[in-house]
Design a protein. Structure first.
Length: 95
């Protein structure tokens, strides 16, 4: 009779361990999927912000006439500030 009780306890322990393992693995898988989804959304938002910043730079260039190059340095007065690349770096740094 003792062997039957021991077998039943062992079977219940194995079943309980399997159920606990299933619950832990489901939670881990869900967290992994959630992280992947959130990271993809963050990357898409970052790409949208960068595209928007590029569009703003292009729009600003269309609105502001470029000055004529300086005779001494050969550069325009607006050059050297970083332009679109500088604005994109600034937007990425803010995020």
């Amino acid at each position: 009779m003792e062997s039957v009780i021991a077998s039943a306890i062992a079977s219940l322990g194995t079943l309980l361990g399997s159920v606990a393992t299933l619950a832990i693995q489901r939670g881990t898988a869900e967290r992994g999927h959630r992280f992947t989804r959130d990271e993809k959304l963050r990357q898409e938002r970052l790409d949208a912000y960068v595209a928007y910043a590029g569009a703003l730079v292009d729009y600003r260039r269309c609105l502001i006439p470029l000055p004529r190059p300086d005779a001494h340095s050969g550069r325009g007065a607006g050059e050297g500030a970083g332009g679109a690349a500088g604005l994109v770096r600034e937007v990425k740094g803010a995020l």
